[in-house]
Write a protein that binds this ligand. Sequence first.
Ligand code: HEM
Length: 614
Amino acid sequence: MSASVSFPQLSPQIVHTKSNRNRLKRVVNLRQNPGSNWLISCSYSSNGRGPSGSDGDDLQNDAAKGVERLLEETRRAELSTRISSGEFTVKKASFQSQMRSKLLKFGLPEELLNVIFNLTGGSLDYPRIPEAKGSISAIRSEPFFVPLYELYLTYGGIFRLTFGPKSFLIVSDPAIAKHILKDNPKGYSKGILAEILDFVMGKGLIPADGEVWRVRRRVIVPALHQKFVAAMFKLFGAATDRLCKKLDAAASDGEDVEMESLFSHLTLDIIGKAVFNYDFDSLEVDTGVVKAVYTVLREAEDRSVAPIPFWEIPIWKDISPKLKNVNKALKLINDTLDDLIAICKRMVDEEELLFHEEYMNEQDPSILHFLLASGDDVSSKQLRDDLMTLLIAGHETSAAVLTWTFYLLSKEPSVIAKLRNEVDFVLGDRFPTMEDMKNLKYTTRVINESLRLYPQPPVLIRRSLGDDVLGGYPIKSGEDIFISVWNLHRCPKQWEDADKFNPERWPLDGPNPNETNQNFSYLPFGGGPRKCIGDMFASFETVVAVAMLVRRFDFQMAVGAPPVKMTTGATIHTTEGLTMTVTPRRRDPIIPILNIPNSNLDSSSLNVPDMKPV
Ligand code: HEM
């Protein structure tokens, strides 16, 4: 298998080419002619924002979708050919099982064969887990969860993937996922994930296992009580408003903006305040702490996809400039956390404390304040590990959700229109509150659907702690397992038009989709006892951000922007950012409603115009 093989990405954007300084841009449109050949045609726009008017927009959208379909089909065909050529297949049936299946074919009864094989001491093979084998270089050219999808379509809901000495079980079956996460969670640990994250999260809640996890989860979960989440709405609103001001400035300067990094700053600002009452203010300034947080985050991501643990190589770890930089960044963050813990401790000491279930300090509603006020008796190292875990868990994930939501929205203008109708109706121009959440149903469905197509993280990692049986196959202790949420969420048998962004698939009058009511076919926040503790926080945070942004701005993929491709870290990132042209929202023209006497018109079916000033 050659390292140079590369599969086209799953969701590329139309490729734009920058042409000249006058911002004259060329949009490459792919159209299929009647003879089924693909033609490339070009259209020009002098304002740098693509053809104006709905015809132009439709044309661009159709072209983009056409290119995507074509690339997607090519990629699938390429990989399917390779899979069916046997490139990934390992045939490993034992002599006994080969013999047994031959005798079965000759018509010998199965019961008799069982007796014979038992008597001859031949262990009756359980069915063997289907196995795919390849070289790691073949899948390094694209995010690893993408080829896993193709392999899943061939090998099924559980298969073994072997790369040289490394072997993983890939699980894409809802019942097996449920067994691991919910029915037998004590049988599995975080395995590789805990090893990779040890340098940054130590025994924080995500990597921790066993007794440490049990104790810390019981202490931390109560900190995210309902009153705390309700208080966070001010924070969500204020932070998103700061982002709006930045976008206003960019729009009036005619600058395109890279939304992925802005979302990353937005969610960092939110989680810093929520977890330890620290204002990173990363949307405005680039302080040493912000840089340090990103250095550490990137390192954690690099380690999660590294083929070997290079950071453990003895001499390398002392001389590598990169690792030195990481250690310096870690020290800065730990010192900052120690300072914040000390400040918070002083506040708590000076407070007249009446601790109760929904305790919250109005000046400092942070999780840290709750933990200290609760009398949580814990080492400062463990407290730092926990805070660091919450910072990372609550930052990258939400930023990724917002990035892919806006990417998806940019391709579906009809979804944006519906979204805005709801936001205008429910919120008007005010800041969202917790009360509004039950009425922002469609906005919530947009987030639900974005999380289906781009789950963050796309795989959950586990290691078996003892023997178990998965999907009828016996497995041994020490198996590394990837539960592919990506595959579960795109399974063509489970989802109609699985790759389509269709918030309407979730009825507005139905329950909020989760792993329980979707039988583990949909698990955006995991499931079982290790389910995300920030699910409500994150859902509300992203709904608020989407609502506030779409009511004020139009977002389009910028002409000349790099194509949007996926790359893997702990969450799904874009390879080169999400560059968008953001303009103040164009309101629909106000259509006067004529008062027609005796009319049978049902006014609810009209598109009632927005009368509010922009
Ligand atoms: C949209 C944003 C988010 C997504 C998609 C998300 C997703 C997840 C998922 C899938 C898990 C399960 C991991 C596993 O089983 O291996 C998880 C665990 C976790 N999440 Fe989130 N999360 C989000 C936001 C947050 C936020 C805002 C916080 C903190 C305030 C948070 C804190 C945690 C923690 C501490 C765990 C580990 C729980 C445990 O193992 O007991 N997450 N998250």
